[in-house]
Design a protein around this ligand. Structure first.
Ligand code: NAP
Length: 295
């Protein structure tokens, strides 16, 4: 029987409805959550992401403060803006859209963001808190993956999760999140990457497979254990002359063959993608709630 779909759009809507209630509570107490979004340069994909973040802020009633800087912007100018946003009380979250132009040191910029406003969850303090199991901002895509699994009723405790990919933004943090001694985690996690020997054999051991590779349709149905849950993070453009825009989006998993073997699977698009911005909003609301709690 073909696997059921994990509908990221629907789960995302559900979480956004919950956020609306929390935002209304904050507003009733005089607090409007605020997100600053900084875009440097004119990378077309980044422009689209920033536009989507602004629209989501407006849909949810979050104050959005956008800064579009030229491609020649120097590091000091960007750091100065980050410092200003750190001390702006209207702003609960700061997001600097990556990648940054080559003249700017990304790590220096991420580290300059106040850990109290690090809604992307990339600051070393946030990642350190994640590793030792302290509460904090979780990186958005990994947090979205965990929400998809938990809200789809996937029991992770004692299960073997295989994560393919070890990037700092997806593979590593999701592996750490799912191995924590905590609800919605407690999995036994294997992390695979480009140097992994016999990757198909490793993937075949997965009760839950998380593919975060960036290689279109690399994982085929014959690599997947019958009944496994498949989370496909990959977002790859594949030429497709039959489409008006000349390409289609596809995941790292070959959907049609994987669907015949898996029990649950995320589509691309419409799986992990919609969750990332939703979790950014969740972190921004959490940040505003913390400020109110301290006040
Ligand atoms: N939906 C979303 O919101 C969202 C968010 C973020 C990313 N993504 C997508 O997710 C994918 C991964 O993103 P990323 O930023 O994590 O990518 P990344 O930084 O390029 O990392 C890719 C990882 O995959 C591994 N890899 C590459 N080729 C491999 C192979 N042939 N066999 C096994 N492992 C291989 C790499 O191994 P090495 O470490 O050995 O090089 C690396 O660890 C991309 O398609 C990206 O567009 C989607």
């Amino acid at each position: 029987m073909a696997a059921e779909l994990i509908d990221g759009k629907e789960i995302s809507r559900e979480i956004r409805d919950e956020l609306k209630t929390r935002i209304a509570t904050l507003k009733a107490k005089g607090v409007t959550p605020g997100l600053a979004v900084v875009l440097v340069g004119d990378n077309p994909a980044s422009r689209v992401y920033v536009g989507m973040k602004e629209k989501t802020c407006s849909d949810l009633g979050v104050f959005s403060d956008s800064h579009r800087l030229g491609v020649e912007t120097g590091q000091e100018e960007l750091l100065e803006l980050v410092r200003r946003l750190n001390s702006d009380s209207r702003i609960n979250g700061i997001l600097v859209q990556l990648p940054l132009p080559g003249q700017i040191d990304e790590a220096a910029v991420i580290t300059a963001i106040s850990p109290d406003k690090d809604v992307d969850g990339f600051h070393p303090v946030s990642l350190g808190r994640l590793v030792i199991g302290l509460e904090g901002f979780r990186p958005c895509t990994p947090a979205g993956i965990q929400e998809l699994l938990v809200r789809s009723g996937v029991e992770l405790s004692g299960k073997h999760v295989v994560v393919v990919g070890r990037s700092n933004i997806v593979g590593k943090p999701v592996a750490i999140m799912l191995m924590q001694k905590a609800a919605g985690a407690d999995a036994t996690v294997t992390v695979a990457h480009s140097r992994t020997a016999d990757l198909p054999a490793v993937v075949r051991n997965a009760d839950v497979l998380i593919a975060a590779i960036g290689r279109a349709e690399m994982i085929t149905g014959d690599w997947i254990k019958p009944g496994a849950v498949v989370i496909d993070v990959g977002t790859n453009r594949v030429e497709d002359p039959s489409r008006k825009r000349g390409y289609r989006l596809t995941g790292d998993v070959h959907f049609d063959s994987a669907r015949q073997v898996a029990s649950l699977i995320t589509p691309v698009p419409g799986g992990v993608g919609p969750m990332t911005i939703t979790m950014l909003m969740a972190n921004t609301v959490l940040s505003a709630e913390r400020v109110l709690g301290k006040g």
